[in-house]
Every structure is written in structure tokens, then in C-alpha cells.
Design a binder for this molecule. Sequence first.
Ligand SMILES: [Zn+2]
Ligand SMILES: [Zn+2]
Length: 514
Amino acid sequence: MPAEDEGGSGSPSPTAIQTRVSEYWKRAGVLGRALADRPGAPTFRFTEGPPSANGRPHIGHILPRATKDLQLRYRRMRGYRIISEMAGWDCHGLPVEIEVEKRHGLKSRKEIEAFGVARFCDECRATTLSVAAIWEEVSERLGYWLDYTHPYTTMQPSYIESVWWSLKVLFDRGLLEKGHYVLPYCPRCETTLSSHEVAQGYKEATDPSITVRFPLLGEVGPPRFLLVWTTTPWTLVSNLLVTARADLTYVVVRLTDGTEAILAEAALPRYFPAGAEIVTRLTGRELAGREYRPPFPFVPPGPGRFRVALDDMVATDEGTGLVHCSPNFGPEDQRIGAREGVGGFDPLDGRGVFTSLVPLVQGKWFKTADPILIQDLADRGLLERNESVCHTYPFCWRCETPLLYRAIDSWFVRTSRFSEALVRHNSGVAWIPSHLRAGRFGNFLTEAKDWALSRSRYWGTPLPIWMCSKGHPTCIGSFAELERRSGEELPPEFDPHRVTVDRIAFACPTCGEK
Ligand SMILES: [Zn+2]
Ligand SMILES: [Zn+2]
């Protein structure tokens, strides 16, 4: 070995070897020759999944690049023509935004807007370009040969236009729709997250685990109440129903203070391990329709509110068999609330802070409101049990803020309508390693949920949907179509991000309004 490989210590220096080989590759023009087109040769199809250009590459990024390189290198040596060798960079999304937020100490969407959305996006763009340059250098050292001089980036106008085209195809087929559903929501990033983003952020957390007395109304005899368990006391503020299961047996037990509590018989050992005096038994069906006084007085009365409803999702493996239902803050709750026609109540602003709808905790973040609400329940004699529970709870994968589930407007791609076909086609795919076919990827497809793709953010592909004042959506599939509709000529350097796109308006093709 040449002396330069000795690294001065008698053992080979990988860095020195790498530098020497790189220099040789450059001198001999190896990259250009490897990437040279081979017309007529058999084709090997390849698409570079673009790494997210928001931070320096680490070893976890290097491994997949080395794996891809191995495959491409082998195919080149076997004389294949590789289509395509184009490098790519994923430039959009929360990771980049959070980098820029950190740099300027921005903590909310309001602060970003004060900072200036255009300036914010310019910084996002500059950040991804400088990070892409670092990635390019690392890839060169790694010998991962792609065409880095003509990369595709997810922020370039032609790329965004192609996304618009795909979205319009989905829209025209009725597969891109607006919905109002309960979705995972990050109160710091002030946006919804997709289910696969949520799956990346489960952590152990300690939360309150409280059992609350809901006094029944119109009972004769001693005061009676429903025992209701929750790990999210802040949602009790917006309670609208209590859910029981029709076929479960519930018991009325007499307590030492002379009052009576109702809970599922199956939950008795958990709440009264020493036994309890059972006054009577009744089924969930017999409980249905009973009215109660809600734990907090902030929700206005409305049709069907504050009574026992029935649902099969009620289980008895934890809690009391009587389930608190807050339709704005849980997917099951929303389903039941919609069926019972009780409407909703959302006392939180975009940052997860209580508004003036709940004076008791106004200005408090949802999680920090918990102890105040628990104390208030205790002061009013409604707190049956106050414990804590260690369980897995979803956190934002980018900023580690605890998520909440809330009913919100979002756009969905109806992927669930294709889950059967996706699973069928996947069964014929040659996966390496093969266990992924039925394993991680197979599971993902089997459980394919509608994709909540809209984010209430700034640095991303803007949804090409314009709403008129009457709520009719128009989906635009290309820049030319946007020019046609708006009658506005787009500048040659048109940059289709929210800052520019939000300014363009046109008459609604359905009703003529803007
Ligand atoms: Zn977040
Ligand atoms: Zn219209």
C-alpha cells in the first residue's frame, strides 16, 4: 500500500484511501462514464426516494444509500441502462419549518405570520438548498453515483405542478374530499398529522386517571350518580354524553355516605375490592336515556345532551363500563355524538389553549388545565378517585409536544377505498427481505386509512383547491389552467407556494362568486 494509506500509525487510514479513490474517479471521469446513456441496453427501473433535506445525514441515512448503490453498481456492471439516475431532494414539510422556527425562536403560527410568511419560506428554501449541498458531498464520498447536477426537488415549480395534476385526477374521481373528522393534532405545530406520522411518536407518559361522579337527575330516593372514568380530565369540560353497553349488567351500590353509585358489575372488583352493598342490578338498556348533570357547567344545553346513550364499543377491561363522550375530542366520541345528534363543543384555540368559553381555565394549555379541573371536581364533591396511569401516548414526531385528537376540517385522499386492491397487488411484489410483504408493509396496507393530507402550514405544496364564498371547490391541475381561470398571466419565475398562490382568485365556475 502507498505510504499515504498508513495514516502515520502503521494502520490504513480509511479517510486517506477514500480521498485518493475519489480523486482518481474525478480525474478519470468515472462518474460521467458510469452515468452515460446506454441506448438499446436492457432497462433497470429506479426511482430515487428523495431524502428530506432538513438536517445533516447520519449513519441511519447512509445505510439505505449504500444499499441502493450496491444494486445500481451491480446493474451497471451487468450492462443495464438505468432509468432514472436522477438524484432528488425532499425539501418541504414540517422538519424544515421547525429548523427555521428554532433559528428565529418562533413558537407559534402567529409568530411566523408576524415574522413574514414570504421571508419564512425564503429561509426554508435556503435551508434545504444548503442541506442538499451537504448531502451531495456526503453521497460523493460514499460513491453513491446519481446525477446530482440535475436533481428533482419537491419545491421546484414543475414538481409542484405535477402534484397538482395528480391531485386534480383524484379530485375529478371524487377521491379527494373535504371532511370534518377527529384527527391527531399537534397544538405547537398547529396542524393535523397523518396516522403514519402519529405512529412514529408513541411514548410512555404518566397521565391523570380519574373517576368522576355524574349526578343523575329525576331520581327518587338517595342521590345517585354514574361513575365515569377518564385519563383526559380536560375533555370533561366538553362532555355531552355518557355511553353504556346495552347487554352489560350494571349495579347500583350504596356508599358509606348514603349516596348510591352506578357502574358495570364487571368493574366492581376494581372499585370495591372489599365488596359493596348492591342495591339493585340493571342492564345498560335500562340505563339508556337517563339524564345527568354534566361535570362542568360550560356547555349550553341542547337536544339530546347529558344523557346515557348505548354503544357496543363500551368495554369493561378498564374504567367503570360507563364511558365519557366528548364528540370533538375522540374518533369514537365523534361517531356516537353524530349518531345521537348532540352537536359539539370545542373550547380550545389552535394552540390547544382554553378560550373564554371556559372561564375556569381560560388561557391555560389543555394539559396544564388538568390539575385545576381535578381540584374543582374535588371541591364540588364529584371526584370519586384520583390516580395516575403510565400508558403510551402519542407525541408529535417533530416537536415532541403531546398530541390531542380533535374534530377539524381537513382534505382527505380516500385511500381506504383501494385497500383491497392494494393488498392484492402487494401480494405479487417481490419484497426483499420477503417478510415485509405480509409484515410491516402488508399491515400498513391492510389498515390503510384515508390520508388526511392537508396541513395548516406554509412550506409545502399548496393544495390547488380554490373555494368560493359559497363553499364550492375548484381544483386546478396545471399552471396553464390557473392562468385560464384567473385571466392572469403568471410570471416566468412563478413560484407556486402559499404566499403567491393565496393571492390569486377567480370566479367560481358553479355560481360565479369569487
Ligand atoms: Zn409538533
Ligand atoms: Zn361557487
